[in-house]
Every structure is written in structure tokens, then in C-alpha cells.
Design a protein around this ligand. Structure first.
Ligand code: 1PR
Length: 535
């Protein structure tokens, strides 16, 4: 019957569940949305991708009567799959802005990761599981990594141990999945975990699928270092949206025509990088500072199309700020971000606007709560907000020459200068601002950034390696993950940045676009060097 290919989805409207919809469609299922508690009780199989924060989610579930329906459905052992917050809500309570009462089906309290344990919070990225027996939907996972993004987690105890089907190590051991009968829930995102993640969904949707291989028990691992492919996107002079690439941010050819360099089509390249094993894909709308992204719908289209076939995290940046269009209509940065999330982005990245917000904050010491960064982070969580920094190296002779954090550089400047600071810029490097990358990184962490994308204008497109001094400075100064960017030319540059700094991820553009180094070669090199990566 047709109901064999229908899956009921509980989407209470808190954010992006587009990826899960795309993944379910990709697996050949049609989606029936829950409108009433009765739809839950009548479902043949129910997926609950919790989105947003614990407390507002519980409020909605309680107010609509869905909480009770969910409890009944689960107590009746009906096929259920909770994802991320959809796992956490099954527990007794959460410390997230709480304590807040949960559905209370599983004993235990959901608490925050302890960042004093020397780990970065949020837990963002690919980690392996210790899979127990009878996990069923994890049968194809084995040693392979799955994608997590969360700041809160439930921990194993004597009271909940019979629910646990896998655990994961991050600082301590936390519950990465539960299973009892037909009821499953996972802390990771199967819809963002590539082919392995799709297999988890597929096994939930087809419970009697024979094991293709002997189920492997995963072993303890560390969070993998991520390799990210970045697509700088803009319209060329003919008006086509292209992937371009700068040379120290200059994206025009050094020819008479002075054209915008064209390295391919955004959707095609993103699809290719997904197949090649990119752990994440970033789109930067590099003229977003002057073209309003909602007026310029192509970026939204790029996200919509890409997210249909690409099942790893997608970040989009460029032009996220308050804006008044030609007709006088005001848009808030939150609306711009919301549209990006709705179109398939998992994270948004803020450049220029975060610099202004950080300058204000450093000056006044007051969090107004009004900056784009603060607002988007409050609504979508800090794991969804990346701040992209575009610093330029400025050499100085003495550490106290400027009122910014100065470091001793590994390679002296052109006049033998032994020190430098890193000046932040806005508008794609066109304007230097009175704030350093160090001061900015500390400030945006305070204001709610969940991750830093650390570019370096001097190194961009040079292929001579990452700016190790800069990446070390920033990754040692903040507790959120730092993505090293700009300058990758060889696989060795990736191992260098991971061996010498605390970067959590490394991003490259030119070498991938020009097909000089395949992503797989980078991964294999890192693995040979003993660095944990997702293969
Ligand atoms: O200010 O919020 O509108 O955001 C604009 C965004 O666009 C920022 O994230 C900013 O970094 C980016 N951007 C603006 N202009 C450029 C440019 O190149 N002219 N690109 C630009 C950012 C750096 C990386 C590049 C790495 C790796 N470019 O995206 O991919 O440097 O390159 P490589 O591996 O080839 O060395 P807002």
C-alpha cells in the first residue's frame, strides 16, 4: 500500500527541518506533517527532529497536546525516531535555560558539556560511536563518523542504561543513541552524516532490512578534524552566478578584460565536493555586503538545490545584516538568516556586521542584544552562527606600538619587523577597522558566535600554507571551534595546521576548484599522519 512509503514528521515550526525532508525524499518517502495530536497517534512511523532550544520546544508540545500524544505513542512501542533535541526531550529534564521538565520517558537529566574539561563547546563535527548490541538502525555505522552539533547531552547512568544503544566520547561519555523496541533516538544528525547517516534513516524506515555486513561495534574515538570546501560565490559581469576565487581577495583576472574569475557552477561543485568527501561545504556570497541577498534570490536557489542532494552541513554567509530595500521595506538580519535556514543552510556566517558589533561591545562593554549576531544566536542557538573574520597582517616594531594584541611573528616583516597584529576588515577586505582579530574573536564568542571562520587576506590564494601564527593565536584564545582558512596549497599544509594549532577544521578553496589536490588525498594524508579524520 502507499502508506508503506509515508513517514509522519513532527515539525513544530522552530527551524530548519528541510534537510531531514530532503533526506526522506531522497530515500523515496513522502512526508505527512503532523497537524494535530491525532496525527501522532495514527502515524505508522514518526520522525521527530527537535530543533531549537529545549524549553520553547516543551512549551509548544505541552500547549498543543502533542506532549501527551508523543508519550502515548512511545509507550505503545510505535516506530519512532527522535533526532538531536528529539532525543533530549525524552528525558526527565534539561538544564538548558532551566531546569525544564521534559517528556520524562527516560530517567536522566540533560546537562551542558563541561568546557572546563578542556573541550570546545558546542560539540560540532564528526565523531565515532561506541555501538552496543541490538542497536539495529546503527548496523551500518561501525567505526564510521557521524555528525553532531549540540551543547547539551544526556549521560549514561544505572537508571537509563537499558535504553542506551550507543555512546560517544567528548570530554566524557554521553548518550549518542537510545533504543527500546521500535523506539529510537539519536543525538547526531543522520540527515547530515553523509551516506552513513542515510543508512541510519533507511534502516529506521525499513526495520527488517537484512544486515549487509556483520554489524560492527564502533570503538572510542576523538572528534575528527574537518576538511571544508569553500565556494566564494558572486555574479560575474554577464550576470551568471559563479564560483570565483580571489588572490588576496582580488577575484578579477589579471587580463585586459579584467573579468571575474569563473571556476564553475555553485550547485555542481558543491555536489562534487560532497561526493569527494568534504565534511562540510561553505558558500560565501562575497558581494553580499553591497547586494541584498533576499533581493538577489540566486543564493537562496543555490542552497535549495544543493541541499536536495548534499547530506553534510552547509554554511552560508554574505549580507547578513539589517537592510532597507529600494522600496523602503525594512528587513532584519533575522529575516535574512531565517530565509537562509529555510532554504537549507545549517549555519549562517556573519562577516562585516559582526565586526561592527564587536567594536561596539569592546568600546562599551555592554551587550545590547540587538546585533545580528546576538539575535540570530538567541533564536537559532550559537551552534548555528559562524563569524567569518577577514584579517590582514600589520607588522610593527614593538609590541606596544598599537593598542591591539600583538604577537611575535615566525617570519619577520619586509623591514625586519618582528611583531604583527591582525587588523579586521569589512566589505570583503576593502576597509580596515580599528579592531584586531584577537579582540574580535573574544568579543564575538561573548556575543554568541558558535564558531569562527578565520581567513587571512595575506595568505588567501597563495598556496603557501595557513598563517600558523594567526591560527594559533585565535584557536588558543577562544573556547569555540576555529576553522583555519586561506593559503592551503598541499595536503601537508593541512597536517601542519592541525599539528601546530588547535584549529578544529581547515578550509580551502582554490586547490579544490583547480583540481590540484582532491579532498580524498587530503584526508588520506591526515590519516597517515595519525590525525583523526572521517574517511
Ligand atoms: O561581510 O557578512 O557580507 O560577508 C562576506 C563574506 O564574504 C565574508 O565571509 C568574507 O570572508 C567573504 N568575502 C568577501 N570578499 C571576499 C573576496 O575574496 N573578495 N571571500 C570574500 C572570503 C576567503 C575564503 C577563501 C579562503 C581560502 N574569502 O572564502 O575561500 O581564503 O582560499 P584558498 O584556499 O584559495 O587560499 P559579509
Amino acid at each position: 500500500s502507499t502508506s508503506d512509503s509515508v513517514v509522519t514528521l513532527l515539525d513544530y515550526g522552530a527551524g530548519n527541518v528541510r534537510s531531514i525532508r530532503n533526506a526522506l525524499r531522497h530515500l523515496g518517502f513522502t512526508i505527512k506533517d503532523v497537524q494535530t495530536p491525532g496525527d501522532i497517534l495514527n502515524a505508522d512511523r514518526l520522525i521527530f527532529p527537535g530543533v531549537g532550544a529545549f524549553s520553547p520546544a516543551m512549551d509548544v508540545l505541552n500547549k498543543t497536546g502533542m506532549a501527551e500524544a508523543l508519550c502515548t505513542y512511545i509507550e505503545n512501542d510505535r516506530p519512532f525516531l527522535g533526532i538531536c533535541l528529539g532525543l533530549q526531550l525524552l528525558f526527565e529534564s534539561s538544564e538548558e535555560n532551566g531546569p525544564v521538565k521534559g517528556l520524562g520517558l527516560i530517567p536522566g537529566i540533560v546537562g551542558r558539556f563541561d568546557s572546563s574539561a578542556g573541550i570546545r563547546v558546542p560539540h560540532i563535527g564528526w565523531n565515532a560511536l561506541q555501538v552496543g548490541k541490538d542497536s539495529e538502525i546503527l548496523d551500518d555505522v561501525g567505526n564510521r563518523h557521524v555528525y553532531f552539533v549540540h551543547s547539551y547531552r544526556a549521560i549514561p547512568s544505572n537508571e537509563n542504561k537499558e535504553w542506551i544503544s550507543s555512546t560517544c566520547n567528548y570530554g566524557d561519555s554521553f548518550i549518542s543513541s537510545i533504543r527500546r523496541g521500535n523506539v529510537h533516538a539519536v543525538q547526531f544528525h543522520p540527515e547530515k552524516s553523509g551516506e552513513v547517516g542515510l543508512s541510519v534513516l533507511n534502516r529506521f524506515l525499513h526495520p527488517n532490512l537484512p544486515a549487509t555486513q556483520k554489524p560492527m561495534e564502533g570503538k572510542a574515538s576523538k572528534l575528527a578534524k574537518r576538511v571544508i570546501a569553500c565556494l566564494d560565490v558572486r555574479s560575474n559581469d554577464k550576470g551568471d552566478l559563479v564560483v570565483t576565487k580571489g588572490d588576496q581577495y582580488d577575484v578579477r583576472e589579471q587580463s585586459n578584460e579584467n573579468e571575474v574569475r569563473n571556476l564553475g557552477k555553485p550547485v555542481d561543485l558543491a555536489g562534487q565536493y560532497y561526493k569527494d568527501g568534504a565534511d562540510e561545504i561553505s558558500f560565501l556570497n562575497i558581494t553580499g555586503f553591497r547586494d541584498f541577498p533576499l533581493g538577489d534570490l540566486p543564493m537562496i536557489q543555490v542552497l535549495r538545490h544543493t541541499s536536495k542532494n548534499v547530506f553534510v552541513p552547509l554554511t552560508v554567509g554574505g549580507g547578513i545584516r539589517d537592510f532597507t530595500d529600494a522600496s523602503g521595506r525594512d528587513y532584519s538580519s533575522l529575516e535574512v538568516a531565517a530565509e537562509y535556514f529555510r532554504s537549507g543552510a545549517d549555519k549562517i556566517s556573519i562577516g562585516s556586521d559582526a565586526v561592527y558589533a564587536a567594536e561596539e561591545f569592546v568600546k562599551s562593554g555592554v551587550k545590547t542584544g540587538k546585533s545580528s549576531l546576538e539575535q540570530i544566536s538567541r533564536v537559532y542557538g550559537n551552534q548555528a552562527v559562524v563569524v567569518s573574520i577577514d584579517p590582514r597582517r600589520v607588522y610593527v616594531n614593538h609590541p606596544d606600538d598599537v593598542p591591539y594584541k600583538v604577537i611575535r611573528v615566525t617570519n619577520p616583516g619586509p623591514n625586519g619587523e618582528e611583531y604583527a597584529w591582525y587588523q579586521c576588515t569589512v566589505s570583503g577586505g576593502r576597509e580596515g577597522r580599528p579592531i584586531g582579530a584577537y579582540e574580535l574573536a573574544k568579543a564575538v564568542e561573548e556575543l554568541g558566535a558558535g564558531e569562527i571562520l578565520l581567513n587571512c587576506i595575506d595568505c588567501d590564494g597563495q598556496g603557501k600554507g595557513f598563517d600558523i601564527d594567526l591560527v594559533k593565536l585565535i584557536s588558543d584564545s577562544v573556547g569555540i571551534p576555529v576553522i583555519a582558512s586561506s593559503g592551503a596549497g598541499t595536503p601537508g599544509h593541512f597536517s601542519e595546521v592541525f599539528e601546530k594549532t588547535n584549529a578544529s577544521a581547515a578550509l580551502a578553496a582554490g586547490i579544490f576548484h583547480r583540481k590540484e589536490v582532491p579532498i580524498q588525498a587530503v584526508k588520506e594524508h591526515l590519516q597517515e599522519e595519525g590525525i583523526e579524520v572521517r574517511i
